[in-house]
Design a protein around this ligand. Structure first.
Ligand code: 3HC
Length: 734
């Protein structure tokens, strides 16, 4: 049975005190744990019957680090004094500088502050496969319990900067190779070996090593400077808009130049500044928002248990289907991949193989595991193998009649418990399931392309989808390392619907005379990885990708019409994409779009595309007085992203998502909205609903209905409410 939160100490006859952290589920270092640790270490240091100390975590996990809830409290209250003093009082004075040797017995995970406590011990004994890392930068802060100083001293500067800057965890096996772990022992021997190790140090049989005082792994000053220079370049590239990466390098450098203790003092000071930064506020929000997605009222709180999904069928071996099959295989699920003819089937199977190969060549998968995954795949041309599948995921082209026919067939052939899922991104699930009886088994499994890499999985429920089916798909999603977000049924669901105005805003700006390459530059410096023109189809890209070679552009346009029918009152119709394609530019596919795509080099803006832009401007004729408008970069961001916020408001108003933060997670994982801005709603709340409303109102007066503020936005602005505040009454689609 799980112990209650607290820190315990048991002193054995051998004179070893075992101090255990207990705070399920991850033994996070909440304030009572920190004060408990202080008390127990003081006690152990004073007691004459204690010769040595072992620090461990209860329940097979050492510690998941400092309690992130405290960051959230600091953000809510603005009171930084809520952060306990740990780095000097506990870690340096009571632990590392203790006269009694201290050994960390690490199992499961030691992350952030957890690993920092372990590094302050005089040796570390670990069980196999424990996860060790300092992921603080993903929360907008830096390690704050001495990690910036001790990790380089234990594993060397190059490895430490790699682990900290990229928030990369390593296994205890790798930790042993690099010197972070002193001994690797089976889990059953962890405590006995750690006790013995501690006594060996106490009795002089093993060295008494204090990590902060070590210099043997740091190298010369010039070597260290060269590594830090490269690390700064890396930080510029991976995190141009975030403060914590550069701050972290400065703190590491302080320790290299002035010594570890000086580094620890600077670390504590910078850590406190960063806790209060907007970046930390946004990233901590995303951390909790992501965890909240796994809580679905009336699904995860009603005592249901997920059923095992041992065998899954995927219908359609195109880009989406083969990606979905790959994701399933990677998590050891048996997959049946069905196609309509041997040619397409071969193509599908080859795509899965290619996906796996590319993971192997990028070092993300071993050859052995790729082979095992492939052995779980079976290609078929008929339904014979469907008799014992637990789930079918249909991933064929966006054609209503075809999907209806498939659902009728699978309802007949599959066992009665089998989940009937569609990967559609545009078609109403009720329409797809119109002709079948088991409507409770119909659900949307909307993967994002490439499905084996993108982590978002939109689970689309209709009013008939059963709670069990939703739970099963959530559980499968987690097993295949996705973040499932449960959403309601509407055209575009939550993500594509919210972002459908994104490309249109960009097109409007270009038709109003703004340079399209500037639009891309402004949007990428805002933090999106690509500008709206950097991939030819932008939003439609996701839709078109799933259409494969079969359907092409014509169906792409048909999909666009589905959106126009649903949301036509707020669409800006730009002829730009069509003109571009007419001019023989298909984007990456044929090496030319708005940019010139050459293998091995970055896409270059193509100045000759400006004649196409001119033609589009002539046709739309929206430039006031025929002259290009003049806008600031800030206005460009607003004209593209405020309409997205506006649509997000409608999504909230209609209850398409359970909570506003689900849309934040979905925008970050599905649309690569910068996580350090907290997701689309969090960002909008930071900017202010009133400001957004007023800007949109003014824009709609000048440029029309595309910018017209939604009722929800208007109400929130008028009442001084945040967009994320829950609604009093709900007209939910859940
Ligand atoms: C001063 C220091 O340098 C600063 C720090 O230490 S900052 C903290 C650094 N640590 C981290 O970033 C680790 C964050 N946690 C994780 O990555 C993952 O939770 C994990 C790998 C530990 C476990 O993953 P997993 O088993 O999938 O469980 P997961 O669902 O994520 O978490 C389980 C619960 O623990 C909570 N939790 C995890 N780590 C936590 C932490 N450090 N503080 C508070 N709560 C935490 C989660 O919020 C979740 O709560 P919920 O059940 O109420 O939603």
């Amino acid at each position: 049975m799980a112990k209650k939160m607290g820190v315990t100490m048991e002193v054995g006859n051998d004179g070893v005190a075992v101090i255990t952290i207990s705070n399920p589920p991850v033994n996070s270092l909440a304030s009572p744990i920190i004060s408990g640790l202080k008390e127990k270490f003081q006690d152990a240091n004073q007691r004459s019957d204690v010769k040595a100390i072992v620090l461990t975590g209860n329940g097979g996990r050492f510690s998941g680090g400092f309690d992130i809830n405290v960051f959230q409290q600091v953000h809510k209250t603005g009171d930084i004094s809520l952060m306990p003093e740990v780095s000097i009082d506990l870690v340096c004075n009571l632990m590392e500088d203790s006269r009694k040797p201290l050994v960390a017995a690490v199992e499961g995970l030691a992350l952030g502050g957890g690993l920092e406590l372990a590094m302050a011990c005089h040796a570390r004994v670990a069980a196999p496969k424990a996860q060790l890392g300092l992921p603080e930068l993903t929360l907008g802060v830096i390690p704050g319990f001495g990690g910036t100083q001790r990790l380089p001293r234990l594993v060397g500067l190059a490895k430490a900067t790699d682990m900290i800057l990229l928030s990369k965890s390593i296994s205890s096996e790798e930790g042993q190779k690099f010197g972070l772990v002193d001994a690797l022992v089976p889990s059953g021997d962890l405590l006995s070996t750690s006790r013995k190790w501690a006594l060996d140090i106490a009795e002089g049989r093993k060295p008494f090593l204090r990590s902060l005082h070590r210099t043997d792994k740091i190298g010369s000053l010039s070597e260290a400077r060269a590594i830090l220079k490269d690390t700064r370049q890396l930080a510029k590239k991976i995190a141009p808009n975030m403060p914590q990466h550069h701050a972290c390098i400065d703190v590491i450098e302080e320790g290299i130049i002035h010594g570890g203790y000086s580094g620890v003092l600077k670390e504590a000071e910078v850590f406190k500044q960063l806790v209060m930064s907007d970046t930390a506020k946004a990233l901590v929000h995303v951390f909790f928002a992501q965890r909240a997605t796994s809580k679905v009222p009336n699904v995860t709180d009603v005592g249901l248990k997920p059923r095992p999904m041992k065998k899954v069928a995927v219908i359609g071996g195109g880009l989406m289907g083969s990606g979905i099959a790959t994701a399933l295989l990677l998590s050891n699920t048996r997959v049946v991949l069905k196609e309509i003819n041997p040619d397409y089937l071969q193509k599908g199977l080859k795509s899965v193989e290619a996906n796996l190969k590319s993971l192997v060549s990028r070092g993300k998968l071993t050859q052995d595991k790729a082979g095992k995954a492939l052995s779980l795949l079976k290609g078929v041309l008929d339904y014979a193998e469907f008799k014992d599948v637990d789930m079918v995921i249909e991933a064929v082209i966006e054609n209503i009649q075809l999907k209806q026919k498939i659902f009728k067939e699978i309802e007949e052939i599959c066992p009665p418990h089998c989940i009937l899922a569609s990967n559609t991104s545009t078609i109403d699930l009720n329409v797809i399931g119109e002709k079948i009886n088991s409507k409770d088994r119909i659900v949307g499994a909307h993967f994002f392309s490439p499905a084996h890499i993108m982590t978002l999985l939109e689970i689309v429920r209709t009013e008939n989808t059963s709670a069990q089916v939703i739970l099963d798909l959530m559980s499968l999603g987690k097993a295949i390392k996705k973040v499932p977000v449960v959403v309601g049924n509407c055209i575009g669901f939550a993500v594509n619907r919210t972002f459908f105005p994104y490309t249109q805003g960009a097109h409007m700006l270009v038709n109003l005379g703004v340079d399209l390459f500037r639009v891309d530059r402004v949007i990428t410096s805002f933090g999106l990885p690509l500008g709206p023109f950097q991939e030819l189809y932008s939003l439609w890209d996701d839709l078109l990708r799933r259409l494969g070679d079969l359907a092409g552009h014509r169906i792409g346009m048909a999909v666009k019409e589905i959106y126009a029918k649903a949301y036509g009152d707020r669409m800006f119709r730009s002829p730009l994409t069509e003109l571009l394609i007419k001019s023989g530019r298909n984007g990456k596919i044929n090496g030319r779009g708005y940019y010139i795509y050459e293998k091995g080099s970055k896409p270059k803006p193509d100045p000759s595309v400006l004649s196409v832009v001119e033609e589009s401007r002539k046709l739309t004729n929206i430039m006031p007085g025929g002259k290009p408008i003049s806008v600031t970069d800030k206005e460009i961001v607003e004209m593209i992203l405020f309409p997205v916020v506006n649509e997000a408001c409608r999504v909230l108003d209609e209850g398409v998502v359970i909570r506003a933060s689900d849309l934040d997670v979905a925008s970050v994982l599905g649309m690569s909205f910068p996580s350090y801005r907290g997701g689309i709603i969090f960002w909008a709340d930071t900017v202010g609903p009133k400001y957004i409303y007023e800007r949109l109102k003014r824009l709609s007066e000048t440029y029309g209905g595309f910018f017209k503020p939604s009722r929800y936005l208007e109400e929130r602005a008028m009442n001084g409410m945040l967009l994320s505040e829950p609604k009093a009454s709900s007209r939910s689609r859940m």
